[in-house]
Design a binder for this molecule. Structure first.
Ligand SMILES: [Zn+2]
Length: 237
C-alpha cells in the first residue's frame, strides 16, 4: 500500500488547490470534497503517479466549481457563526442557554465556561427524546407496528437505524436541528423496517403511504441545517 500524498492542482484562475491523494485497494478513482472543505481522492494503488495526475487534471473544472461553492457557503455560514439551528429555526447563544435550562431544569451558572456546541448537542438529545414519544404513539397506531425499544444517539452517518429481529430503533439526535417533519419521516422509515426489512419496492410503497413527503425530506437532510434555518428566517420576514 502506497502512502498518501498531496497533489497541487492549478485551477483555471491560476490559484492552486491541494488534493489529498490516498492510494487504496479500490477499483476506481473517486474525488470528493469533505464537509470541512478538503479535496480528497481515493485511487487504486496500482496506478502510476502520471495516471493519477491525469485523472486529477481532468477534474480541474469540477474542483474549481466546488471550491467556489464551498467558499460561498462558508462565508454565509460565518454570518451565522453564533446561531444554533433547532427544529428549522435559528437560536442565539442566549436563547440556546435559556432553552437548555428549561429542558433540563438546570441552571447554567458560570455558563461562559460551557462549550456551546456541547450544550447544543445536549439540547438536541433532550428535544428529540421529548418529540419522539407522541410521534411514536401516533405512527405506531396508524401503522399497526410496535418497536420494543427506542434510543436517541449522536450518529455520524445515519439518521436512524432499526434492528427488525429485536425491534430496536435508534434515532439521530441531530434531527432536532432540522424542521420537525424530518424527524417524523425518519421515525416512519424505521418503523416501516418492522414490516419490510430491506429497502425493497414494497418498503418504498409503504413509506410513500405513511410519509408521502419522504423524498423531499431526504433532500432537506442533505443540506446544512444552519443555512436551511437562515433561509426560513428570511422568508418569514
Ligand atoms: Zn432504512
Amino acid at each position: 500500500m502506497k502512502t498518501p500524498y498531496d497533489y497541487k492542482l492549478v485551477l483555471p484562475d491560476g490559484q492552486s488547490c491541494t488534493i489529498e491523494v490516498h492510494p487504496k485497494h479500490v477499483k476506481n478513482c473517486t474525488l470528493r470534497l469533505t464537509r470541512d472543505g478538503r479535496f480528497t481522492a481515493s485511487v487504486p494503488s496500482r496506478l502510476s503517479s502520471a495516471q493519477i495526475a491525469e485523472f486529477l487534471e481532468r477534474h480541474r473544472m469540477w474542483v474549481a466549481t466546488k471550491a467556489v461553492l464551498f467558499a460561498e457557503q462558508h462565508n454565509k455560514r460565518l454570518a451565522y457563526a453564533n446561531m444554533f439551528p433547532l427544529w428549522g429555526r435559528l437560536l442565539s447563544a442566549a436563547e440556546l442557554l435559556k432553552h437548555y435550562e428549561q429542558l433540563s431544569s438546570m441552571r447554567c451558572n458560570g455558563h461562559e465556561h460551557l462549550k456551546l456546541e456541547k450544550l447544543c448537542i445536549d439540547v438536541y438529545h433532550l428535544e428529540t427524546e421529548r418529540a419522539l414519544l407522541p410521534l411514536v404513539e401516533e405512527l405506531e397506531a396508524t401503522m399497526h407496528v410496535h418497536a420494543a425499544h427506542w434510543s436517541v444517539r449522536s450518529m455520524k452517518s445515519r439518521w436512524g437505524s432499526c434492528t427488525p429481529a429485536s425491534a430496536r430503533i435508534r434515532i439521530n439526535a441531530r434531527l432536532a436541528a432540522y424542521p420537525p417533519e424530518c424527524l417524523r419521516v425518519v421515525v416512519a422509515h424505521e418503523l416501516v423496517h418492522l414490516i419490510e426489512r430491506g429497502h425493497t419496492k414494497r418498503f418504498h410503497m409503504l413509506l410513500d403511504c405513511y410519509a408521502p413527503n419522504n423524498r423531499e425530506v431526504m433532500a432537506i437532510l442533505k443540506r446544512d441545517p444552519i443555512l436551511l434555518a437562515a433561509e426560513n428566517v428570511s422568508s418569514e420576514v
